[in-house]
Design a binder for this molecule. Structure first.
Ligand code: ATP
Ligand code: MG
Length: 556
């Protein structure tokens, strides 16, 4: 597991302020948070923001964070999703220790709380149909109408709820409602449903239950049972907080947790809803949940993102109470600066043009620095020979003045090798340059010029006899729309898919890259950051472009 510590706090966002105050006043002794994913999909960069907050705050303040699978909805538990969530949380650098739970672990206790509520005279069984329910509930501006059974006695409610529990009512025929306030402008306080009949088996509890608690009733109780101190969730739950507090204050719970809401992450050119991501997978617009174009944690990992870069990104965007759209360029900026520090460099030519060094014989090994940003990264050897490939764009037959790369009669430095001078070109019948002839200066081995002459340009290259052409996958945004989650009425998100989000191409790479294991991250000098894909084989790697070198993110 990754032991890198979470970055030191760079901003005292409101959650940190709340925790500081709670610890200072003694209201909280130990910070206990939870991350409650519904295991119905893979987690994405938005969840990573929540994870960095839930697990990050616990870690920072010496507390603990529980991983709680939210399986209040009785569906088949998908082992694939559960395992992927665990793997991704760990990969992000977090650990729940012994604290792995399921919401369904508490069905017995939650049921007991429902009984407690009934006995307090604060719940009743209601038989309104869905249509009637809507009509009774009304609109925020006008008080709603009481259900005909709102004044049901405690005894009768206990009896009727028991009947619901024994399966004597069908789905939708009866619900248990909390008796709160039918006049509240907050619709979630108008006697919300807390239990409903569902005649389906549950992966954890089997056929034991015919009634299942609603999320709004279950969640505060799960938090209270686990002793959560700070229950952090996204802003859409803000309107649910009064009922959360009502449940906690009305019932005799072992702890009194508090809910705090923050703005969810939305990224430009990115769609984050799990339902949509599932559609992308099912309709085969991507190769799977871990397609490197996906905003999922496993997709980002396969793309070459590091856990540190994701954590840094989450720290940089901060935590606020205002929903906004974050530039995806900021995420790219985070991975670029992290990879700059940790990626070894190697040479790869994306669009090869042959260079023949007329006065060079034989071959030799030259020493290349692995990472100029990290002296501890050492060096490796690169074979050099008479025929090499350079980038086509690094040669111009008729260059402008300020062009410092290769051109007839001009000199350029070959990275780690020699200074060469262009002495001629070969062309095909159409006049296209097919090869360039050079001479090299033996005095310049390693790129130095003992006579002190200035060589402005340095270009990368790969020896034709030693390198190999391999597959590279070049990625762009999946969507052309800046905010694909907020399209004008009637526009199908599929129409904004970017047809060029994946370009499969070739690169001619130096031999040190041919046997790297999947997951290896490397900078192709002057080109971009790449990561070896699991689709590659020894001797035939496949590289995903994580991000180009050029930073489009501007600090405002
Ligand atoms: P949906 O795709 O329907 O929005 P969900 O993302 O809410 O589902 P959950 O598994 O319930 O899926 O999410 C777990 C936790 O992650 C919740 O606490 C939720 O608030 C948080 N979360 C989800 N999406 C984001 C996001 N974009 N930014 C920050 N936190 C998020
Ligand atoms: Mg959710």
């Amino acid at each position: 597991m990754d032991e890198t510590p979470v970055n030191p706090p760079v901003n005292k966002h409101f959650i940190r302020q709340i925790i500081d105050a709670d610890l200072a006043s003694g209201a909280v002794k130990k910070v206990i948070t939870r991350f409650p994913p519904e295991p119905n999909g893979y987690i994405h960069i938005g969840h990573a923001k929540a994870i960095c907050l839930d697990f990050g705050m616990a870690k920072e303040y010496g507390g603990e964070c529980h991983l709680r699978m939210d399986d209040t909805n009785p569906t088949r538990e998908d082992v694939e999703y559960v395992e992927s969530i665990q793997e991704d949380v760990r990969w992000l650098g977090f650990d729940w220790g012994e604290n792995y739970f399921h919401a369904s672990d508490y069905f017995d206790k939650i049921y007991d709380y429902a009984i407690q509520l009934i006995k307090l005279g604060k719940a009743y069984v209601c038989y309104l149909t869905a249509d009637e329910w809507k009509e009774y509930r009304g609109v925020p501006e006008v008080p709603g109408k009481a259900s005909p059974t709102r004044d049901m006695s405690v005894e009768k409610t206990l009896e009727e709820f028991a009947k619901m529990s024994r399966g004597e009512y069908g789905e939708g025929e009866a619900v248990l409602r909390a008796k709160v306030d039918m006049a509240s402008p907050n619709m979630h306080m108008r006697d919300p449903v807390i239990y409903r009949v569902r005649k389906v088996s549950h992966h954890n509890t089997g056929d034991k239950w015919c009634v299942y608690p609603m999320y709004d009733f279950a969640h505060p109780l799960e938090d209270a049972i686990e002793g959560i101190t700070h229950s952090i969730c996204t802003l859409e739950f803000e309107v649910h907080r009064p009922f959360y507090d009502w449940v906690i204050n009305t019932l005799n719970t072992p702890a009194k947790p508090h809910q705090y809401e923050f703005a969810r992450l939305s990224l430009t050119y990115t769609m984050m809803s799990k339902r949509r991501l599932l559609e992308l997978v099912n309709e085969k617009y991507v190769s799977g949940w871990d397609d490197p174009r996906m905003p999922t944690v496993c997709g980002l990992r396969r793309r070459g993102y590091t856990p540190e870069s994701i954590r840094n990104f989450c720290e940089t965007i901060g935590v606020t109470k205002f929903n906004s759209l974050t530039e995806v360029a900021l995420l790219e900026h985070a991975v670029r600066s992290d990879l700059n520090k940790r990626s070894p460099r190697a040479m790869a030519v994306m669009n090869p043009l042959k260079v023949i060094i007329d006065n060079y014989e034989g071959e030799e090994l030259l020493t290349a620095t692995n990472n100029p940003e990290d002296p501890a990264a050492g060096t490796h050897q690169v074979p050099f020979s008479r025929e090499i490939y350079i980038e086509r764009e690094d040669f111009m037959e008729d260059p402008p003045k300020k062009y410092f790369r290769l051109a007839p009669g001009r000199e350029v430095r070959l990275r780690w090798a020699y200074v060469v001078k262009c002495v001629g070109v070969e062309k095909d019948a159409d006049g296209n340059v097919t090869a360039v002839h050079c001479t090299y200066d033996p005095e310049t081995r390693g790129g130095n010029t003992p006579d002190g002459r200035k060589i402005k340009g340095t270009i990368h290259w790969v020896s034709c006899a030693h390198g190999k052409s391999v597959e590279v996958r070049l990625y762009d945004y999946l969507f052309t729309a800046k905010n694909p989650s907020d399209l004008p009425e009637g526009v199908d998100w599929r129409s904004t898919l970017n047809p060029d989000s994946l370009v499969v191409s070739q690169a001619f790479v130096e031999p040190s890259l041919l046997d790297v294991p999947a997951g290896t991250r490397v900078q192709f000098e002057r080109v971009g950051y790449f990561c070896a894909d699991p689709d590659g084989k020894p001797g035939a790697p496949v590289f995903n472009r994580t991000v180009t070198l050029k930073d489009s993110f501007k600090i405002a």
